[in-house]
Structure formats: C-alpha cells, structure tokens
Ligand binder design. Structure first.
Ligand SMILES: [Zn+2]
Length: 471
C-alpha cells in the first residue's frame, strides 16, 4: 500500500497517514449551507476532497465519506424570508443545484449526506450530554458551551483563550456568561422553524451538528480525517473539537485537512464579499473538466487566484489530454502487432510512479498533473516517432495508464464522435477545391466544417478530421 503523507492542521506538520482500522477510512467533510447557488469556492473544496478520496481508494482503502447539509441556520432563515418561501423549500432548491454541479464536475457522491433538520434528536442528545458533564449551561431557552471548561481549546487554530478574549464582546440579546462561549441551542423567535427541547422551543447552533452527525451517522467517536475549507478552522472546527472531545473524552479526529481559498484579484471569494462566481455561470463558458483541471492546478493548501487567463490555460491543457487519447486510438488500428516490451512498459510506468510520488507527498496535484502531461507528451510522440518499434501493445498500455491517472484525478476522457458522411463529403470537396487551386472555395468549405463542430488538419498522409469542444 502507498505510504501517504499529508499536512495535518492539528500538528502543523506533514505526517504519514495511519488509519484507525486497517484499510478503512472514516472521513467527514463539512458541507454547504444551501441558501444560494454553488460558487467556485465550494467547487474547489469539494473537488479537492473528492480527489483526496479517490486517491485513497486508488491506494486500496475503503473510504466512508460523510458530508452534511446545514439546512437550518440564520442565513437560511433570512433568505427564506427574503424570497418568501419555506426554509425547507429553499434548502431543497439549492441542494439540487449542489448535486447538479457535483455531477457535472464529476464529484463522487458521499456515502451519506446528513441534514441538520433530520438529526435534531441526535443533536439534542449530544447537547444533553454536554450539559450533564458540566461543559454547557442553559439560560432562558438558550444553551451555551462553556469554552474555558475545555482545556484544549485553541489547539487546532493555535490560539489561546487569553488572546481570544481581547476584543471579545457579548452581543446585545446574548445571554452567555463569558464572551468566548458559543450557542449550542437557540430559543427560536416566533414564526421561525423550531423544535421541542428540554429547554423549550428552539433550533441548533451552527457547530453542534457536525459533532452530533459524525458521532451518529458514522458511528464513531474518533474520525480518521476531518476536512473543510481553511475558513472553518476557527471557530467552527475548534468548536467541533471542544464539543466532541468534551462529550466523548476521545480525540475527535486524528488528521485535519484544510484547503485554501479561491481568490479573485487576491481577495477571498465568498457570497458575503460580493465577488460571487456561480458555478453554473462558469460552466456556461468552460466545460466542467476544464474547471476541475483549473481547480487542481495548484496545491490544495495554497490560495488559487481566479482569472480567465488561467482557465484558458486549463482549457488548452484539457484539449491536449483528450487529444492524446484520440491520437492513440487513431494509431492503434495501423500499428504493428506485438507484445508489450519491458522498455515500453517502463516508459509509461515511469510517469505513473511520478504521479503516485506526487500524490503521496501531501496530495501535490500540480506535480501529479506534470506527470500526467509527461504521459500525454509520450502519446503525442508515438505519432511522429517512426524510429522505434512502437506496436499496438505499447500504445494500448500507455493509453490505459493515461485513463487510469485521469480517473484518479476525476476526469473521464471523452470519446469523440467519428465524422459522419456529410462531413467526410465536405472534407473531400475541400480537398478537390485545393487540388484545383480554388482556395477561396476550400476555405469556405473549411468554415462550414468548423460550424458543424469539426476541424480539418492537413497532415503528410492526407487530411484528418476530428470533433472539437467535446464536453
Ligand atoms: Zn462542520
């Protein structure tokens, strides 16, 4: 099995991964609050964790991957008032948008998608446990977590409670005893969605859901891996640790992975900052695999700056990758028969080795993509290299490795449609026009072929036609 090392936010170090139970991984990633359309920042987070999950699976692990939906919170309530629709209806609409986009960009479905509104009893049980253990207290229908009672508070975000107290205030209307305390349960206002609890009608605070749902949905007190965006480290993940570890007395997660932001002109992308790029708008301009390629073009922990220029680069990269498959498929029928030589096997294996070494080293997708492009270049060279004995088996083997690496990174290589009779007839007419030196007519026919989604390329062995813009 691959020795996989990655950066653990908890230790601030790159560590070798050891799962709790042989080759099974329990992984929890914080999900979206479905109150608006998914944006590029969401796509980066879930593409990153999908790629990590796929790489674990490729390395022989079984991964139980759970991702929640925060379908009840302030943002949901405010937006549903704004749009004058029920909170459930609102959440449903944007959960559908999320699934639609995930499918397009080829994110594997999670093992489970627990929703807050469907886990109120588990949430209440976890809060009750915290109250009983003295880590939480109720005031007039609210329940707060007493941060100072939990000794390890700040260990993930490397903050201490003294520093946190500087500038901390109790907002008007909050009934907590200490500015650092946070709400586990909030008494609901009239007309807001509410549930019965031992403290009266109310709804959960934001952080408790992940503690309750990982405990009850995955059924474990300690997760192997907990993930999310860097913006969740504090306070969300710090509070999750405080809640879970106070309730169980066990470590909440052995490894914490956080992805960097997507920035636009170096500013963090988010709905609240107004630089909001809805994924569905971007997909109208760039095919989803192009966007996926852009999203993994840099190491997951570094900020990723959005620009049309970078997306154009990704578009060219994707075109080259898909073209390599096409070249191989065109070469195979006429290539000489023969077995796979060790020499040709090694050529492709060398790139697979570079790919796994890069992924084993903190999921370095930018280096992994360099290995993939090495393999792409090799397939291109088969087309022009007439000196060596490249046979069917050699081409097929390299193509299989290309497909394999693409699969791990979440790319499905499209199959281009062969040109139909109409297009082939146009290709012939263009050839005839060129023979007759009627270049204006030849050019006109080429434009017609372009408009049908195909391009003609003139090669020494005659014109070659291929489909473009395959999505
Ligand atoms: Zn969470």
């Amino acid at each position: 099995m691959n020795k996989i090392q990655f950066h653990n936010t908890l230790s601030s170090q790159v560590e070798e991964f050891t799962p709790i139970s042989s080759n099974n991984i329990k992984m929890y990633v914080c999900g979206i609050t479905p109150y608006d359309r998914c944006h590029l920042g969401h796509a980066r987070c879930y593409v990153v964790f999908d790629t990590i999950r796929r790489y674990f699976e490729y390395s022989g692990y079984n991964v139980e991957y759970v991702q929640n939906f925060t379908d009840i919170d302030d943002k949901i309530i405010n937006r549903s008032k704004e749009l004058n629709i029920g909170y459930k209806e609102l959440a449903e609409k944007f959960i559908d948008d999320f699934f639609e986009n995930c499918k397009k960009i080829n994110i594997k479905p999670a093992s489970e998608y627990p929703r807050v509104s469907q886990h109120i009893p588990e949430i209440l049980a976890t809060i009750t446990r915290l109250v009983e253990k003295g880590y939480a207290y109720a005031v007039e229908g609210d329940v707060y977590y007493s941060v100072k009672k939990f000794e390890g508070y700040g260990k993930l975000s490397k903050r201490n409670t003294d520093d946190l107290l500087v500038g901390a205030r109790i907002a008007p209307g909050e009934k907590k005893r200490d500015p650092l305390d946070f709400a586990l349960w909030k008494a609901s206002k009239p007309e807001e969605p509410s549930w019965d609890s031992p403290w009266g009608k109310g709804r959960p605070g934001w952080h408790i859901e992940c503690s309750a749902m990982s405990l009850h949905e995955i059924g474990t007190e300690t997760l192997d891996i907990h993930g999310g965006g860097q913006d969740l480290i504090f306070p969300h993940h710090e509070n999750e640790i405080a809640q879970s570890e106070a309730a169980t007395g066990k470590p909440f997660a052995n490894y914490w992975i956080h992805n960097g932001f997507v920035t636009i002109n170096k500013e963090k992308m988010s709905k609240s900052l107004g630089n909001f790029f809805a994924l569905s708008d971007i997909f109208a301009k760039y095919a989803p695999p192009v966007v996926r390629l852009f999203l993994i073009s840099q190491h997951y922990r570094t900020p990723l700056d959005f620009s049309d220029n970078k997306l154009e680069q990704a578009k060219n990269g994707w075109e080259r990758i898909t073209r390599a498959k096409e070249i191989a498929e065109n070469l195979i029928p006429s290539a000489p028969e023969g077995g796979l030589t060790q020499f040709h096997k090694n050529l492709a294996d060398e790139y697979v080795k570079k790919f796994t070494e890069s992924m084993n080293n903190d999921f370095n997708t930018s280096e992994a993509l360099a290995a993939l492009h090495g393999l792409v270049n090799q397939l291109y060279s088969f087309e022009t290299d007439r000196s060596s004995d490249i046979n069917k088996s050699a081409i097929k083997y390299s193509l299989s490795k290309l497909t394999e690496i693409c699969g791990v990174l979440g790319f499905i290589l499209p199959s281009r449609q062969a040109a139909n009779d109409e297009i082939m007839s146009l290709v012939q007419q263009r050839l005839d026009a060129r023979k007759n030196k009627d270049f204006a007519k030849a050019d006109e026919i080429r434009k017609k072929i372009d408009s049908l989604g195909y391009v003609v390329e003139d090669t020494p062995s005659g014109p070659r036609v291929r489909q473009v813009n395959v999505k």
